[in-house]
Design a protein around this ligand. Structure first.
Ligand code: SF4
Length: 329
């Protein structure tokens, strides 16, 4: 079994909102009691609807969201960090080892900087190179790996298409030689043909550079051909984790089944009835009791609203949190 690069135990992330002068406000429980291991060298998918907490979980692994409870550990061949209790010096080093690829390639790049300067900026801010020549060499090297033409380095972002801009964002994220990358909806803003191109690039970079990815998406069809393992979140909790093939061929949780059922089929003869998710995802300020999915689950029974289901092993690497998964199988 590959050692985890990121190990999350009972993680909770809470935010206070709408606090008045008298200190009265609500609390958003964005992530609640999540445990998860992301093995080294894995392309790990995290899916769920908007508001499921997947972006917050990703940011917690980058120490960019508060860790209110539980633990997040990072461990590579050189260092081990406890992200809840990390000091300033270690955090500076961790910023080099763990990077974020942004969702929107149009908003992520400064229109006033050349592509060379955009890619070089993290190196200069973190003082990882000692001369301009060294910085330029590193920028050219990573630009070539991201299949950017070296001619492009002198231009400004407005001269590029969405796919090329996303390559620039990826080069910027990679220039400090990180080990761990969080790609948050990194292809959601692109056309389908460009999405495939960027996903192929991320996969080849993962293989060539030995990277570990946390790939966040609302779209299960995007993770199908990319990820080794997929975790499914609903309203701040983890409902199912499985190797991608197992999840697509034998999902056990009713929420995962509904997400899979919503993927459009290319087969004109496919007349399987679709499972529709009724209603909106409830507010994370007042999550439902017991199983958080019980207000929308077609299989809910009394127990579901009374008791929180615990994660149970289905198979090797496949866990599900549902009281009725065996009966429904
Ligand atoms: Fe549905 Fe109950 Fe399972 Fe939750 S625990 S998914 S409500 S059957």
């Amino acid at each position: 079994m590959t050692e985890p690069l990121i190990s999350i135990q009972n993680l909770s992330v809470r935010f206070g909102i709408g606090k008045s002068l008298f200190g009265v406000g609500a609390e958003v429980i964005a992530v609640d009691n999540v445990s998860l291991d992301i093995p080294q060298g894995h392309f790990f998918g995290l899916v769920g609807e908007s508001g499921s907490g997947k972006t917050t979980l990703g940011r917690a692994t980058l120490k960019a969201a508060p860790i209110s409870g539980g633990e997040v550990h990072y461990s590579d061949s050189e260092v081990t960090y406890d992200l809840r209790n990390i000091d300033k010096t270690a955090l500076k080093d961790y910023r080099r080892r763990a990077q974020l690829i942004f969702q929107d390639p149009y908003a992520a790049l400064s229109p006033r900087m050349t592509v060379r300067d955009i890619i070089a900026e993290p190196l200069e801010v973190m003082r990882l190179t000692h001369s301009r020549a060294e910085t330029d060499e590193r920028v050219r090297d990573i630009a070539a790996k991201c299949r950017l033409n070296l001619e492009h380095l002198r231009r400004f972002p407005h001269a590029f298409s969405g796919g090329q801009r996303q390559r620039i964002s990826i080069a910027r994220a990679l220039v400090c030689s990180p080990r761990f990358l969080v790609a948050d909806e990194s292809v959601a803003a692109l056309d389908v043909s460009i999405q495939a191109d960027i996903l192929n690039l991320l996969k080849s970079l993962q293989n060539d550079l030995g990277l570990t990815f946390l790939f966040i998406s609302h779209d299960l069809s995007v993770v199908a051909h990319t990820c080794d393992t997929v975790a499914v979140m609903y309203l701040g909790t983890l409902v199912e984790v499985a190797p991608t093939r197992n999840l697509f061929s034998g999902a056990k949780h009713p929420y995962t089944q509904a997400l899979l059922s919503a993927i459009p089929s290319l087969d004109p003869d496919d007349d399987k009835p679709r499972q529709r998710l009724e209603g909106e995802i409830p507010s994370p300020t007042h999550p439902p009791s017991g199983c958080r999915f019980h207000t929308r689950c077609p299989h809910a029974v009394e127990l579901c609203s009374q008791q929180t289901p615990v994660a149970e092993a289905v198979d090797d690497g496949h866990v599900v949190a549902c009281h009725r998964w065996q009966a429904l199988s």
